[in-house]
Design a protein around this ligand. Structure first.
Ligand code: ADP
Length: 500
């Protein structure tokens, strides 16, 4: 029997497990959602035990559905929601607080204090990140401040920190405490030059180093499924050999292994990542630098940017405005008019990210006339997603000093052909959408398979990915420029709108 790899794709709203064969084909999969906890406005938590329980259930079910034997499984790889922070007791494995999710804004004030203390530059220089509540560092500090006695216990080495891959590995192996370098690069505590925890930053953020996991490369054996894990008896002894944050795993799963190669994921928001090879690109446009992956001694860096509201804009058209009855309707409606009729929609509902970075920007619709129709507005919403992605990619190319030859895409909204064609038109670049869209899971599986010799070298990933649709520019460059100029004017109206 050929070897198979299991990917655990631990996401923000559900835990999934997918079994891949050597050709990158999906043999079976299972998925379980879990509860989103919103204790206050702007706060988001998960129950760490629910994360583990649903992931375990998905793993057992995918294995059972596959009809494979234990010996057919060569390894397990993990991809995870990044930055989400868990602190647990070393002795019992019990979390001392819920997982604080990446989206949670509760430490915004703490971040302002760090900035006031002049830490902007050192943090950017050492970690490649901008000070933000998004990253794990201040979330750890918050838990240690709020749970009585936690800081002292952490200093004594009684408490452990981990992002979700670390939590899963600990539980699956019965006590291995590691984090992969791609996840560590999102904590605001790791120096991306040395790939080690930074003493000064840990001191500034008041995080005791005794609680931090060992940082490990993305492709190697971390440990094996322990015999005593309830529900996983049939998988005891299977090695866990790969791990990466979800966006990095997707970059790899899309086969973006050379500098300049990039992917964009069109989900609720958009996440764009560009491979910058062994170079840490310094962004002057507010993009983030982080580790893509480390395989052996070779480290691959990347630039990352995000559009806060992408697919969520389509949900808004559906749920709040009632202009469409399903997200899929947006495509036909946009195509029912020859152009946007001069209408632009800037979906800056929660501000604008790179390259504008304006937390006070708010959504605007411009260019309305008595002739503007529902179709124009829906089209403007889809086009607005594509313009935001373009703005970010232009910034990325400038930061990286490299042209992006082609953009690889995935995510729920990438099924929209109008959106993909328009993206290609205004970027004046080809867009490549793969046949198998589970790129995150494929990336995680690949890292694990590489460690156990199922695949020989990183180049093999390109053979596992097959393009299903290629969108090439149909609009001439001058027309694209003209549209983009209109977009820039619309964006200028949205900036600094909120005055508080
Ligand atoms: P996430 O992983 O962020 O939850 P998904 O990758 O599952 O997101 O994508 C879901 C998003 O894609 C939703 O916001 C939805 O509005 C959008 N979406 C789904 N189908 C379409 C479509 N055909 N056209 C435009 N947007 C779509």
């Amino acid at each position: 029997m050929e070897p198979h790899i299991i990917a655990l794709d631990q996401g923000t709203t559900s835990s999934r497990a997918i079994i891949f064969n050597r050709g990158g084909g999906i043999v079976s999969m299972a998925q379980y959602p879990f509860e989103q906890i919103f204790p206050q406005s702007g706060w988001v938590e998960h129950d760490p035990q629910a994360i583990f329980a649903t992931e375990k259930k998905a793993l057992a079910e995918a294995f059972s559905l596959s009809g494979l034997k234990r010996t057919d499984i060569a390894a397990i790889g993990i991809s995870n929601q990044r930055e989400t922070t868990i602190v647990w007791e070393r002795a019992t494995g019990r979390p001392i607080y819920n997982a604080i999710v990446w989206q949670c804004r509760r430490t915004a004030k703490l971040c302002e204090e760090l900035a006031e203390r002049g830490l902007d530059d050192p943090i950017r220089e050492k970690t490649g990140l901008l000070i933000d509540a998004y990253f794990s560092g201040t979330k750890i500090a918050w838990i240690l401040d709020q749970v009585p006695g936690a800081r002292e216990r952490a200093e004594r080495g009684e408490l452990l920190f981990g992002t979700v891959e670390s939590w899963l590995i600990w539980n699956l192996t019965g006590g291995v405490h590691v984090t992969d370098v791609s996840n560590a690069s999102r904590t605001m505590l790791m120096n991306i030059h040395t790939l080690s925890w930074d003493e000064e930053l840990c001191r500034e953020l008041r995080v005791p180093m005794a609680m931090l996991p060992r940082i490990v490369p993305n492709s190697m054996e971390y440990g094996r499924i322990a015999p005593g894990v309830p529900g996983l008896e049939g998988l005891a002894g299977v090695p866990i050999c790969g791990s990466a944050g979800d966006q990095q795993a997707a970059l790899l799963g899309q086969g973006c292994i050379r500098p300049g190669e990039s992917k964009n994921t069109y989900g609720t928001g958009c996440f764009t990542m560009m491979n910058t090879g062994s170079t840490i690109s310094r962004s002057t446009h507010g993009l983030l630098s982080c580790v893509g992956w480390q395989i052996g001694d070779r480290v691959n860096y990347c630039l990352e940017g995000s559009v806060f509201n992408a697919g969520s804009t389509i949900q808004w058209l559906r749920d709040e405005l009632g202009l469409i009855s399903s997200a899929a309707d947006s495509e036909a409606l946009a195509l029912s008019v020859p152009d946007n009729g001069g209408v632009y929609l800037v979906s800056a509902f929660t501000g604008l990210g790179a390259p504008h970075w304006d937390m006070y920007a708010r959504g605007v619709m411009t260019g309305l006339t008595r002739g503007s129709t529902r179709a124009h507005i829906v089209r403007a919403a889809l086009e607005g997603i594509a313009y935001q992605v373009r703005d970010m990619i232009v910034a990325m190319e400038q930061d990286a000093g490299a042209e992006m030859p082609i953009l690889k895409v995935d995510g729920g909204a990438s099924v929209n052909r109008f959106l993909m064609q328009f993206q290609s038109d205004i970027l004046q670049k080809p867009i490549d959408r793969p046949a198998m869209v589970e790129t995150t899971a494929l990336g995680a599986a690949f890292l694990a398979g590489l460690a156990v010799g199922v695949w020989d070298s990183i180049d093999d990933i390109t053979a596992l990915r097959s393009g299903a649709a290629l969108f090439t520019p149909e609009m001439d460059a001058a027309a694209a420029e003209k549209l983009c100029a209109g977009w820039s004017r619309a964006v200028s109206r949205s900036l600094k709108w909120e005055q508080n």
